[in-house]
Design a protein around this ligand. Structure first.
Ligand code: ATP
Ligand code: MG
Length: 375
């Protein structure tokens, strides 16, 4: 910021009052009084008007400092000098008031600027520290997940060998225990895998393996996987596929998106509830016009629904609508986080329409980028 003019500078009439204002002042006094009038600066340099030769110069002060020299000739010369002195005094007074306001403003700005700079530096240090912590956390999660997965794979492997009778005959009771061990170990493996995937998302490593696939086929096979567990609770899953559903994408990740939405729909539905699954062409995002821009996966349930406050957070890692739901429904709160990341990595969108107490409809879209696929 440059230093502005201050009130300590000597008074420069030419700087304080524009030339045309001085000209107008001279003309109006000359017309009013029928005389000639000239204004020069404090050193005698002419600024406006001219007088007959020999007219006397009058030094004019402003608050004790030299301001200007005035000369008048012809009729009413003394009155012209007096009037010009008064008017110049007023003009300079106003100009200096403007300068004072500007100087005050600039000083205030400099203080604020200094404070802001300091504030900014503190924030930058805090952000750097947070980024460092975040990186450490992601590294820690990735390492821990890996370290947990390795022994768990052995637990599963040995339990499977026992179940297969490789270590001798297995009694029905032992088989039942082994089934429980395998079920729980699988659950733990799933959890660890999710944590690992979220941490790799956070460190920005999400690579897609692309191939051409039919979304309807992927959805049909996932629905078949969920039928038995839904059936045990009397929940009907109704599948409908309309139109073309070929997209280019990562089969494993898309399957995980479908599985995550289906698992939630079943989990948060009451016994004998209804789950609808639809695959259809549609716009990429709500409010967009092109009806064939994407393939939409729509999963509707007649479950508990989601409150408006919770809707804003369900795609965040580890968020679950309330702590009692954690106990009642299990899970870790990573399903939707991963689903959103995978859908968006494909250039798609995911959103939800829901009414608390009545049910939810999740929509995930996958763009049909390839023009040949679209035709
Ligand atoms: N269909 C749904 N109906 C009602 N609430 C839902 C539904 N889907 C998600 N939610 C809410 O959003 C939260 C987050 O869902 P998300 O799938 O990420 O985690 P989760 O199902 O609790 O655990 P995870 O999927 O990791 O096993 C859920 O805990 C639940 O509160
Ligand atoms: Mg889930």
């Amino acid at each position: 910021m440059t230093r502005g003019r201050t009130l300590d500078d000597p008074i420069e009439l030419a700087r304080l009052v524009p030339a045309e204002e001085l000209g107008e002042l001279v003309t109006s006094i000359e017309v009013a009084l029928g005389c000639r009038l000239a204004i020069s600066d404090r050193r005698g340099a002419p600024l406006a008007g001219a007088v007959d030769a020999g007219a006397a110069q009058h030094d004019i002060d402003h608050e004790g400092e030299p301001l200007a020299k005035l000369a008048a000739s012809g009729a009413n010369a003394d009155a012209a000098i007096a009037l010009a002195r008064e008017t110049l005094g007023l003009l300079v007074h106003h100009a200096r008031a403007r300068d004072l306001a500007a100087a005050t403003h600039e000083a205030a700005m400099q203080v604020t600027f200094g404070e802001l700079t300091e504030h900014n530096q503190r924030l930058q240090r805090a952000v750097a520290r947070l980024e460092e912590l975040d990186r450490l956390k992601s590294n820690f999660l990735a390492t821990m997940s890996h370290e947990l997965r390795t022994p768990l794979t052995s637990v599963i492997g040995y339990a499977e060998m026992m179940a297969e009778g490789l270590a001798g005959t297995v009694t029905p009771e032992q088989r039942e225990y082994l089934t429980t061990i395998l079920g729980k170990a699988d659950q733990l493996l799933g959890l660890i895998t999710s944590v690992l995937e979220v941490s790799s998302l956070e460190s920005g490593q999400l690579a897609l393996e692309r191939s051409q696939l039919s979304l309807a086929d992927v959805v049909a096979s996932e629905v078949a996987t969920f039928q038995p567990q839904a059936g045990r609770r009397g929940i009907a899953i109704n599948l409908e596929a309309k139109g073309e559903s070929v997209v280019i994408g990562d089969r494993r990740k898309i399957r995980q998106v479908v599985s995550s939405l289906l698992s939630n729909a079943v989990k948060f539905s009451p016994d004998r509830g209804k789950v609808g699954v639809e695959v259809r062409p549609g716009p990429l995002a709500p409010g967009e016009a092109d009806p064939t821009a994407a393939v939409q996966l729509v999963v509707t349930d007649s479950g508990i629904g989601i409150t408006r406050e919770a809707v804003a957070k369900i795609f965040e890692p580890f968020y679950q609508a309330d702590s009692s739901s954690t106990r009642a429904f299990g899970g870790t709160g990573l399903g939707l986080t991963l689903a959103k990341a995978y859908v968006e990595a494909h250039g798609g969108r995911i959103w939800v329409d829901t009414v608390p107490g009545a049910g939810s409809t999740f929509v995930a879209t996958f763009p049909i980028r390839d023009q040949e696929l679209r035709a």
